[in-house]
Design a protein around this ligand. Structure first.
Ligand code: ADP
Ligand code: ZN
Length: 583
């Protein structure tokens, strides 16, 4: 930054100094000879030495002699003064005398001072934000840091989904020979501290390519155009190395969905986003440049970013489940002197901890052990650290850590899973988890066995029941008054599905085979009460049916829940085993 300031300040500083010196010189050299008595002026007039007189309304007037000397004398202020001068053949100017010698240096001086002031104001505002220069870009090269997939514990699915990127970065030609188009951009999304940055570094480290990291918020500047130019600089710098991983944290800062597209929004952000998209389409697959972006919320991003050829691979990074937590704890304890620590136990106790928090926990424990002059880190140190970390955490995420919440989530997810097992036995459940994701509290994943072109009415009803399974389980276990907001997105989803059945697909009674959309277009029809009533009734019936299935299979519900609380994530095998056991 210093370099930059001096470079641009040198020019106006020099001109200012020179003009100041000139001003002083001229002032001192011209002033002394400046005054003459009026009689002496008259003598000059009579001897025809005067070439011009500057007659102004001031007490003094300037006189220029034929030999070039200039002096001042008293203004006689007579009406005939000008006339008498003209009669004697003297030029009369009614403007005040200005000499180039006086004006030019002062003009230069003023301009220079202004330039310095503008530069100072600008650079003080911008300097702290590290703009204007490529050198200021906060990029680091990962080869020196040495991250690889071993630095990332857990997150197996995420690692799996970026493995081919590593391979591609190593040999882009290979993929090119097959005509394969690798994603230029990958979005890692998930809660803060789950290791998104870490994974991006690991990709670069595994592939042995430089890692350029910036945060989206670095691009959002007060000055329009700065963000865009920083994007261009970042890409230029990365490209100068050939292959590279470019990491943009907090991509939502520049790529957030425009709330009101027509009203314009922020010009600066649009320009920055456009620059990014342009840069991304500006290099081709052969180059071996991959852009990895991270965000907490995928659904907040502008769809323009997610289109094919841009950030078209989306990888979710979830909070670690119990197995992953154990791995992360192990990893961070690896190079530390540890005593008798029950790591498995700590993995149990740290539900909903992110990787960053686990790392923090171990670090706090190490500090405590050190303060106590203990030669090893012991269980008690982690215990103390746990209280500290929890105290800080509880304030922010109190609702996350209550164990009753864990129970609710477990029953809720078990409810979904059980209904699915029961009424859609052909649909595999690949995963059920109580670890929250960005999409909601817990989560269960269905993988549909075969692609169906059409969904029949029976299937939609069953899907609706699976959606209602979570809320139904909550009600059965905790009672009507203790149902929670956890079913929010299920209910939203179910409402969408059932209104489509009745109003779009011709599967209901009130509209029969009519389509509400067309009715609205052609007949100005607006959805009537009877449609809402019908949807409500249908859902209620399905809900009762769902509850009765859960009640009938209470045993399995309890088992699933217990297992979920124990393992936090259940995969297909776990679920099948449980089901077999309960039969
Ligand atoms: P994010 O980018 O998702 O906010 P980071 O990658 O910055 O998270 O993670 C912060 C720190 O937390 C990492 O440097 C690392 O020490 C620790 N961490 C997070 N996730 C993991 C993980 N899966 N394995 C090991 N350490 C992790
Ligand atoms: Zn649910």
């Amino acid at each position: 930054m210093k370099k930059l300031k001096s470079k641009y300040l040198v020019i106006p500083s020099i001109t200012a100094a020179i003009s100041l010196i000139l001003l002083l010189i001229f002032n001192f050299t011209t002033k002394p000879s400046a005054d003459k008595l009026y009689i002496n002026f008259q003598k000059d007039l009579n001897s025809k030495k005067v070439s011009e007189v500057y007659v102004t309304n001031t007490p003094k007037i300037k006189v220029e002699l034929k030999d070039g000397t200039i002096y001042e004398t008293d203004n006689p202020r007579t009406d005939s003064f000008k006339e008498s001068l003209l009669d004697m053949g003297v030029k009369v100017s009614e403007q005040s005398y200005v000499s180039a010698k006086d004006v030019i240096p002062s003009a230069i001086f003023t301009v220079s001072i202004l330039a310095i002031a503008v530069m100072l104001i600008k650079s003080s505002g911008l300097a702290s934000r590290k703009i204007l220069s490529v050198d200021a870009l906060d990029t680091s090269i990962v080869e020196e840091i040495g991250y690889n997939f071993k630095s990332v514990a857990g997150n197996e699915e995420a690692k799996e989904s970026v493995k081919d990127i590593v391979d591609f970065l190593k040999n882009p030609e290979k993929y090119n020979n097959y005509g394969a188009r690798m994603p230029k951009g990958i979005i890692l999304y998930g809660e803060p501290g789950t290791g998104k940055t870490l994974l991006a570094k690991a990709v670069a480290g595994e592939a042995g390519v430089p890692f350029y990291a910036m945060s989206g918020s670095d691009f959002v500047q007060v000055y329009v155009g700065v963000g865009a130019s920083r994007i261009r600089q970042l890409f230029k710098k990365a490209k100068s190395h050939g292959k590279a991983v470019i990491f943009i944290d907090e991509i939502d800062a520049i790529g957030k969905k425009r709330e009101n597209a027509k009203a314009g929004g922020s010009d600066e952000r649009d320009q920055t986003l456009n620059a990014l998209l342009t840069e991304m389409s500006g290099f081709n697959e052969k180059e071996g440049i991959v852009i990895i972006a991270a965000t907490n919320r995928l659904d907040m991003l502008d769809p323009a970013l997610l289109r094919p050829g841009r950030f078209d691979r989306h990888v979710e990074i979830t909070l670690p489940d119990i197995t992953a937590r154990e791995k992360i704890l192990n990893l961070h304890l690896k190079n530390k002197p540890i005593g008798n620590i029950n790591i498995n136990d700590w993995a149990h106790k740290t539900a909903y901890f992110s990787g960053a928090k686990l790392e923090n926990l171990i670090n706090e424990a190490a500090i405590i052990a050190c303060k106590e002059n203990s030669s090893l880190i012991e269980d008690e140190h982690i215990d103390k650290a746990f209280s500290i970390v929890m105290a800080g955490y509880e304030k922010i995420h109190r609702d996350h850590i209550k164990s009753s919440d864990k129970d609710i989530t477990a029953y809720h997810e078990a409810g979904h899973a059980l209904i699915s097992l029961n009424i859609l036995p052909n649909e595999k459940i690949s995963k059920v988890t109580i670890i929250p994701s960005t999409k909601g509290a817990g989560g269960y994943t269905l993988s549909i066995p075969q692609d169906q072109m059409y969904q029949n009415k029976d299937y939609i009803r069953k899907r609706l029941m699976v959606l209602l399974g979570g809320r139904a389980a909550e009600e059965i276990i905790f009672g009507k008054d203790y149902i929670t907001t956890g079913a929010y997105s299920d209910i939203k989803h179910a409402t969408g599905l059932i209104t489509n059945m009745v109003a779009q697909y011709g599967m209901g009674k009130s509209l029969g085979l009519l389509n509400a959309g067309e009715l609205a277009n052609n007949l100005n029809y607006s959805i009537g009460k009877e449609v809402v009533e019908e949807c409500k009734e249908m859902l209620n019936e399905l809900y009762e049916e769902t509850k009765s299935i859960l009640l009938k299979n209470n045993d399995l519900l309890e088992k699933l829940t217990k297992e979920l609380l124990e393992k936090e994530t259940l995969f297909e095998n776990d679920i099948n085993n449980l089901q077999v056991l309960s039969k």
